[in-house]
Design a protein around this ligand. Structure first.
Ligand SMILES: [Zn+2]
Ligand SMILES: [Zn+2]
Length: 1066
């Protein structure tokens, strides 16, 4: 009786969208441009019901006009006469000028955003193994035409290795309108070991020097970058990663599609574990995928050991018999004294339950919840969606801790707890998830600081200075040690212990655990890799090779599948991940011992640098910086490889890029980093002795060296380098133009004398890579003590130093209301205690190169300057062939006739060498009037060249304030302050206030201006001290003006007047 449903709704033209269903009451219908009417034929579900088609003038036929949609309503009235239901069909007759698509499908991947006729731009992410994309497009009206913009019919498009732009042109029936739909297909990265058969500089990323992925440029600057590399390095610091120039505006980033399509036609070769693959770049992804799948079907051959009857991988049989076989060898494990840890007791939570098995299961569940709630790449911190990841992890830890209370012998609980404790470290380091209450609270102060020191030393050992509190990591280690007391020979426990020992830089200890572990599980791949890292050269190669190819395979698999694969294991457990620094170190180590099978030295080094673009999910903490450091090391090894093979042109380019990357890396100073940068900077000058930029880099390195070592020689040489850099400005970069200042430097004399000694000697020198991985490891172990010393020094000031990349100007930034007075910059080696080397040595925290680092643009990439390279090339060949040259002019090669001098690149004038020189001179400014004057005029020159460079004002002011406070105020006051004043401005204002107040110069109008600016930037509370001084001096007029200025109210404002009255300021 009351059934008002329709059973069917037929239309004479077109199709209802969605398909008709009784319960759905709203539809749309689009018909071709030549259709003039549509007949609607409803059929009611109940025979007694009636219907009416509105908009059809009583009939069922609706007339349509061009392009104008009509809402057709079908009203059904049930037999009872009162129940009604209405179905609507939005009916549109296409205009003859309509040029929209009705449907667009792709054969792989998913369109982003989802298809909609009115959206014309799409992106489609694809795995690396797809080599073509097939498109299917439909229009509402079959008379509309759709073709590729190239003129071909819509169909299959071959894909570039990175980005491919596919454009579809849709033309209306009338032929009058055409619209274009674009789909940008973006493929994942190819394996880092892939190289072009014929190396070409224009396809090499300036940062990771791998084949460029999604080629991107900085507008107006040379050099091509992987999109990920460029985005990564400019994430927090909007400067050119090579030149340090500011990136202005929004449009500095430029995608280079042409580069991608050129790359597609190149021939690539890839050495894989199963052999070499060679084909075009366009097809190699698919071929490698097929190859990998084929290879995964064959298992690694194993043999049974005759002594212990274990199955051992055939390649490891020798090692097994010699070192591991449990029938022949017993390894005594290090004994550790285990004390009950207060933090462990705190983990016991009776409310979790008491059945150990149940608790373990619960723990796993919380681990899973933790992984699911972790921030996704690109997200910052926890967004309050879903459970808090740290709480999940904490609950998991409590489950395991409680399980241990009831079952203290449970190995699984011990290991699980250890892994979770380690995970706290990753949660903080990778994602910035920090526990509010440190667990160390109950431990003695002394204990904590000694632990911190130990950790800092460890980080130093790894080449990275630490800033994050790493006590968490130590706890993980302890937990695992603890577990050992239960059953010390368990292979899983031994593996994790060995792995942690490697992370902490203790190879000897690691070796014991790993030998023990691999003896029991001879095929466990991560253990094999770790053991390879702990072993000497003899057996290391096959072990390292096995683990590293395993990693590469997994990386390839990741890029062949969708990127958003869910993480299943804790980071501490997932060994083969691109955020594991051990693997990057493994690559360097294998490179250091000459590579193995499919992993040549160059392949290893390229794989090591490729960790950087993969690390884009990481926060800039310990792990990130360590990967950055490893990547710099890899690049310097590549550089020496190029030198060794006499590829001078490539060496020059690499040297320029690497110099820039080191200078702008933001890594904190460490002996290893300084050694590396001096090597690179010296080489830069060696290759181009007349390049202002190279000389300036060198000066920066020498100055940094001086600031740590406090030696006079470095300071003198730095001064010479900067002076040479300035002297060469405006002059062409040629090989025969050696600045006189450079010829005076000790290292240069030695180097050139070495050269004239004979080509043989030079060859020998070049044959030694600057830092071989194994060499570095040795020094690392030896320099344990020095590292610790350096660390103790570093503890003198906040670790942030001058901020580095992660926190630009962090050291100087006054921290809001917390600090009364904007804090002085820390770690500014040039300004802290000049002339007192002991003190200077204690401030090594300054990020290297930051002093003069922002060097002017270096010509990199595709079009390197012709003349200097020709000159350099001739120089290098000459130094090998002809040995008889006077030491003073080693490179006096006659100008190459085929290169007219006019074509040489001219050194541009920049502020960088002036700033460096000014800093050096300011060191002896207090005792030497002439130096003070020169330094002062240099600073002023720098300021006139770059008026917004805070550092120059601060340093000039600090230098002058000792002898001439008024001049210092003049210097500060010249800064182009912004309105409203920024935090950085507040520092300068603070200095002006300090100087004027201490010289009791209350009537200087700049005192009022600066007090007001400070109050506005940091709040009136920051002026408390000054206000009370001024009150005592009865400077009430000034005070009134200050309050009026800070609050932005006129002096006669009633509120202010009341306040002044209350203060008795008359
Ligand atoms: Zn790159
Ligand atoms: Zn055996």
């Amino acid at each position: 009786m009351d059934n008002a449903d329709l059973e069917k709704l037929k239309v004479s033209q077109g199709k209802l969208v969605p398909k008709f269903k009784s319960s759905v009451t709203s539809y749309s219908l689009t018909v071709a441009s030549n259709v003039e009417e549509v007949k609607f034929s409803p059929l009611t579900a109940d025979g007694g019901a009636s219907h009416v088609v509105k908009g059809a003038d009583g009939s069922k036929v609706v007339k349509l006009t061009d392009g104008k949609p009509v809402e057709v309503e079908v009203i059904v009235t049930a037999e009872d006469g009162s129940t009604t239901k209405s179905y609507t069909v939005l009916t549109r007759r296409l205009s003859a000028d309509d040029a929209t698509l009705a449907q667009l499908d792709v054969s792989a991947g998913v369109l982003q955003p989802p298809f909609s006729p009115l959206v014309t731009r799409y992106e489609c992410s694809l795995p690396s193994g797809v080599d073509s994309l097939t498109l299917r497009a439909k229009t509402e009206d079959s008379k509309m035409t759709v073709i590729m913009k190239t003129g071909e019919p819509v169909g299959t498009v071959p894909l570039n290795p990175g980005r491919t732009l596919v454009e579809l042109a849709v033309t209306s029936v009338s032929g009058k309108t055409t619209s274009v739909y674009t789909i940008t297909a973006v493929k994942s990265r190819l394996p880092p070991t892939l190289q072009l058969k014929e190396k070409k500089a224009q396809f090499e990323c300036a940062v990771c020097c791998n084949l460029v992925h999604l080629p991107t440029r900085i507008r107006g600057s040379a050099g091509v970058y992987c999109r990920a590399c460029l985005e990564e390095l400019t994430r927090t610091n909007k400067t050119n990663p090579i030149t340090g120039e500011k990136l202005e505006g929004e449009n500095w980033l430029e995608e280079d599609l042409a580069c991608d399509s050129e790359l597609a036609n190149e021939t690539a070769v890839c050495h894989t574990a199963t052999g070499m693959v060679e084909t075009s770049m366009q097809q190699i992804g698919a071929k490698l995928q097929a190859n990998r799948i084929e290879a995964s079907k064959t298992e690694e051959p194993t043999e049974s050991c005759g002594d212990c009857s274990k199955k051992v991988p055939s390649q490891d049989v020798g090692l097994h018999k010699e070192l591991l076989c449990p029938a022949k060898h017993t390894v005594s494990l290090p004994k550790t004294q285990v004390k009950p840890r207060p933090w462990e007791n705190r983990l016991v939570d009776e409310s979790c339950g008491s059945d150990p098995q149940d608790l373990l299961k619960k723990g796993r569940e919380w681990e899973t919840k933790y992984l699911e709630s972790l921030p996704k790449p690109g997200e910052t911190g926890h967004r309050g969606r879903g459970p808090d990841p740290l709480e999940c992890l904490q609950t998991a830890a409590r489950c395991y801790g409680t399980a241990l209370k009831y079952s203290p012998q449970s190995l699984e609980a011990h290991i699980s707890l250890g892994l979770v404790m380690e995970e706290f470290f990753y949660a903080e380091d990778f994602f910035g998830l920090k526990r509010a209450v440190p667990d160390t609270a109950e431990e003695g102060e002394a204990e904590i600081s000694s632990k911190e020191e130990e950790f800092l030393a460890i980080c130093q050992l790894h080449g990275v200075a630490a800033s994050a509190p790493l006590a968490l990591q130590l706890k993980a280690v302890e937990a695992e040690y603890h577990s050992l007391s239960v059953k010390s020979s368990d292979p899983t426990a031994c593996f994790h212990l060995g792995r942690l020992c490697l992370l902490l830089g203790d190879k000897e200890e690691a070796l014991k655990f790993l030998r023990n572990s691999l003896a029991q599980r001879p095929t466990h791949s991560p253990t094999r890799l770790c053991l390879g890292m702990a072993l000497g050269e003899k057996h290391a190669k096959p072990l390292l090779w096995n683990g590293l190819t395993q990693y590469l395979t997994q990386l390839q698999e990741l890029h062949e599948s969708r990127r958003d694969v869910k993480q299943k294991d804790l980071h501490s457990q997932a060994f083969y991940r691109s955020t594991n620094t051990l693997i990057a170190e493994g690559f360097l180590q294998l490179a250091g011992i000459g590579g193995h099978k499919s992993l040549s030295v160059a392949s290893c080094l390229l794989a090591a640098t490729a960790f950087l673009p993969e690390a884009c999910i990481l926060r800039r903490n310990c792990t990130y910086r360590q990967l950055q450091w490893l990547s710099l090391q890899a690049r310097s090894l590549l550089l020496s490889l190029l030198q060794k093979t006499q590829q001078t042109q490539a060496a020059l380019r690499h040297c320029q890029e690497l110099s820039g990357l080191i200078s702008h890396s933001g890594l904190e100073s460490s002996p290893k980093l300084r050694a590396l940068q001096m090597q690179v900077f010296q080489l830069g000058v060696e290759l181009q002795p007349s390049s202002s930029k190279a000389l300036c880099h060198l000066g920066t390195g020498q100055l940094a060296e001086h600031e740590v070592a406090g030696d006079k020689n470095s300071l003198c040489e730095a001064e010479l380098s900067f002076r040479a850099s300035i002297a060469m400005e405006g002059k062409p970069i040629t090989a025969d133009n050696i600045p006189t200042q450079l010829a005076e430097e000790q290292w240069w004399k030695k180097m050139t004398q070495g050269k004239t000694g004979g080509g043989e000697k030079k060859e020998e020198k070049k044959a030694t890579p600057p830092v071989t991985a194994s060499g570095a490891q040795k020094t690392a172990q030896k320099s344990g003590a020095t590292a610790k010393q350096a660390v103790t020094g570093a503890r003198g000031g906040p670790q942030t130093g001058r901020g580095g990349v992660a926190q630009p100007a962090g050291g100087r930034k006054p921290t809001g209301g917390a600090s009364r007075q904007p804090t002085k910059p820390v770690g500014r080696g040039t300004t802290t205690a000049p002339g007192r080397p002991g003190q200077t040595a204690k401030t090594p925290t300054k990020p290297l190169g930051k002093t003069v680092a922002t060097l002017g643009e270096l010509k990199t990439g595709a079009g390197p300057p012709k003349k200097p390279i020709a000159a350099v090339a001739s120089k290098s060949t000459e130094s090998v062939k002809t040995d008889e040259k006077p030491p003073s002019t080693p490179n006096a090669a006659s100008p190459t006739p085929q290169q007219p001098a006019g074509r040489a690149e001219i050194n541009t004038k920049t502020h960088h060498p002036r700033l460096g020189l000014a800093r050096i001179l300011s060191k002896s400014a207090s005792s030497d009037k002439a130096k003070l004057e020169e330094s002062r005029s240099l600073y002023q020159e720098v300021i006139s060249m770059t008026p917004d460079l805070h550092d120059a004002y601060i340093e000039l002011g600090e230098m002058l304030s000792k002898t001439d406070p008024v001049a210092a105020v003049d210097a500060y006051a010249r800064f182009p302050f912004s309105d409203p004043p920024s935090f950085n401005d507040a520092y300068l204002h603070g200095e002006i206030v300090r100087l004027l107040m201490s010289s009791e110069n209350y009537d200087d109008p700049r005192l009022l201006t600066s007090l007001v600016a400070m109050g506005r930037a940091l709040g009136i509370g920051v002026l408390e001290k000054q206000v009370s001084v001024l009150e005592n001096k009865f400077k009430t007029d000034l005070l009134k003006k200050v309050y009026s200025g800070v609050h932005g109210k006129p002096i006669d404002d009633p509120d202010l007047q009341a306040f002044f009255k209350f203060k008795c300021w008359r």
